[in-house]
Design a binder for this molecule. Structure first.
Ligand code: C2E
Ligand code: MG
Ligand code: MG
Length: 558
């Protein structure tokens, strides 16, 4: 490390400030899930004409000792304000900036007032500034600092706890103060071995349990990022993404690099999503219970509950996160990864996912946890969904999936077959109609024994002939109207009920007309829309009611 005379710093500090040798350098903070810039930390740099570039480690302690540090910190804030306004003028997307404050700043002056005055002078909102404080700041005088922090919070500033874990009283500090973000310095963990991983997992888990956001700084490798992503650490900062840059370099970087800045309107959305605890044994139900439990103690492994965060942006579906258990489950459905599933969703016709789509729509509409059973790719599964955050244009869905084990699936399939036969047996007659091609596809089942002739002719002819042959004369006209599929569709749309139902007198095999319940049911299959024409017999009491209803004619039916 460089050596420099303390006196040199003291003697030259004022000149350095005045001449602009001391400047803020900017290091971006990256949102882990999106890899967009969500804020930037300002770090002091002293570019001395004689001594060259001085590291903050060399001058900060000297300035602190000599009660000068507040001057530096307010200068850095002014630097931020310049940069902020320059970005605003250039039309660049804006984001918050962090400043580092020292414990001694608060001894020197009313820091909140000094900071607010500068922001007012430059017309920069307090929500654009995050305050970073190391735990040593608060070692004693808890009540005093709590009051100070409360007043910063009230004024709209977020407070970050810097270098968590470097001191010896971190847990106390967490208990006594309400921070918004915990900054964990990766450099305190000499390697990313098993022990470090366990420590990091525990810290992230704990932070989520008490509702504090997590940021890892000093991130240098892809390996670290992958791990931090798995455990749900929300933000990243470090040389891997970028070293601190001068204001000019940073503005060039923003204009030139392919890295983008998170939209302000989406920050709350990502903050809300960031609270999901990927490590909880049951993250999904934790999300659903609306308040996050704080009594959770098992922290060292990824959750055994399948969990994915799926972003829905109009028609676009994107998995932002999926844990191991989720990947295992979609594997059973035949997908090797979430990308394959996204592709399948994109390329398949919407009707294929009709049931799941309906479930998702309901989740979005109600904001509640929705749980439904589905059958796809020969597997039964229960799908749970809940909308956890939204912006004007997109939604984040938390989803969990639980497939039935194969033995149970096989068993279920057998049961399903058996019971669907029994169900079908409760009908007298079922035909499947392909209305688009004006034809009857097949007669699935019939106890009544109508002639097969109807199956061989176009649908519109079959309807009329069926009315003539099988329906009592006074009801023929109504029957023809009732079986007009374009009319049925309109009715279904209006009532939001896929079943249209009316009683008719239908001829029995002995030639007598018996009142029966007729339904037209809309269904969707892989290749489109189908209608089922279903006849069911009625109990004597149902017949009586139907006859009464027939008296009232079907006026509302138009
Ligand atoms: P800090 O606030 O924890 O800042 C992070 C430090 O880590 C910065 O060092 C940054 O350059 C460095 N860093 C960032 N990413 C990486 C990485 O991937 N690998 C490694 N090895 N280092 C990384 P810097 O700028 O030397 O600042 C040191 C400390 O000095 C800061 O730690 C902060 O506590 C203090 N400091 C810096 N600027 C100011 C200031 O304006 N006011 C006050 N009061 N303190 C400041
Ligand atoms: Mg800092
Ligand atoms: Mg730090």
């Amino acid at each position: 490390m460089q050596h420099i005379d303390e006196q040199y710093i003291i003697r030259n500090f004022d000149t350095a400030l005045k001449k602009g040798y001391i400047k803020a350098y900017y290091q971006p903070v990256i949102r882990t899930l999106t890899e967009q810039i969500c804020s930037v930390e300002a770090l002091a740099r002293w570019q001395d004409p004689e001594m060259g570039l001085l590291s903050p480690y060399l001058f900060i302690t000297v300035l602190e000792k000599n009660r000068l540090i507040h001057k530096l910190d307010l200068m850095i804030l002014e630097n931020i304000c310049y940069t902020y306004n320059e970005m605003r003028e250039k039309g660049l997307p804006l984001h918050p900036f962090s400043i580092n404050l020292s414990r001694l700043d608060f001894n020197e002056m009313d820091m909140l007032k000094a900071i607010s005055d500068i922001l007012e002078k430059y017309n920069v909102p307090s929500t654009a500034i995050h305050i970073e404080i190391t735990e040593s700041v608060m070692l004693d005088n808890t009540a005093y600092f709590r009051r100070i922090f409360d007043s910063f919070h009230e004024a709209g500033f977020a407070i970050f706890m810097d270098d968590f874990g470097s001191g010896y009283s971190s847990l106390n500090v967490l208990k006594d103060y309400s921070f918004d973000v915990l900054k964990i310095d990766m450099r305190f963990l000499s390697d990313i071995g098993m022990r470090s991983k366990k420590i990091l997992s525990s810290v992230v888990n704990m932070a989520k349990a008490i509702g504090i956001h997590t940021l890892a700084e000093g991130v240098e490798t892809r390996e670290q990022i992958l791990f931090l992503r798995t455990i749900g650490c929300e933000m990243l900062q470090g040389y891997y993404y970028s070293k601190p840059m001068s204001s000019e370099m940073y503005i060039d970087y923003l204009s030139a690099s392919n890295i983008t800045v998170e939209k302000r309107s989406e920050s709350d959305y990502w903050d809300t999503i960031g609270k999901v605890n990927f490590l909880s044994p049951d993250p999904f139900n934790e999300i659903s219970s609306d308040n996050f439990p704080i009594d959770d103690t098992s922290v060292l492994r990824e959750s055994p509950t399948a969990l994915a965060l799926i972003e829905i942006d109009g028609k676009k579906v994107k998995f932002q996160y999926a844990n191991r258990a989720y990947l295992d489950e979609i594997n059973k459905l035949g997908y090797n990864n979430t990308r394959e599933m996204e592709e399948a969703i994109e390329s398949m016709p919407v009707v294929y996912f009709q049931n799941i789509n309906e479930q998702i729509e309901m989740s979005l509409k109600t904001g509640k946890l929705i749980k439904k059973d589905h059958f796809a790719n020969a597997v039964y599964f229960t799908y749970s969904t809940k909308c956890i955050a939204k912006t004007d244009s997109k939604y984040m869905l938390a989803a969990s999936i639980k497939t039935f084990d194969p033995a149970r699936t096989a068993n279920r399939e057998q049961m399903f077959e058996k019971y669907s036969r029994i169900l079908i047996d409760t009908y007298d007659h079922i035909t499947i109609i392909d209305h688009e091609n004006n034809r009857i596809i097949t007669r699935l089942y019939s106890k009544i024994g109508f002639t097969n002739e109807y199956l061989t002719m176009p649908l519109d002819k079959a309807r009329v002939l069926f009315a003539q042959n099988e329906v009592i004369e006074s009801e023929r006209e109504r029957f023809i109207k009732f079986t007009d599929i374009s009319f049925v569709k309109k009715h279904i749309e209006k009532t939001e009920n896929p079943i249209l139902q009316q009683p008719f007198h239908i001829k029995n095999q002995d030639g007598k007309f018996i009142i029966r319940d007729i339904r037209i049911i809309r269904t969707t299959v892989e290749d489109g829309e189908r209608f089922l024409f279903v006849i069911q017999s009625m109990s004597p009491s149902a017949q009586k009611k139907a006859l009464e209803a027939l008296e009232e004619t079907f006026d509302d039916f138009n």
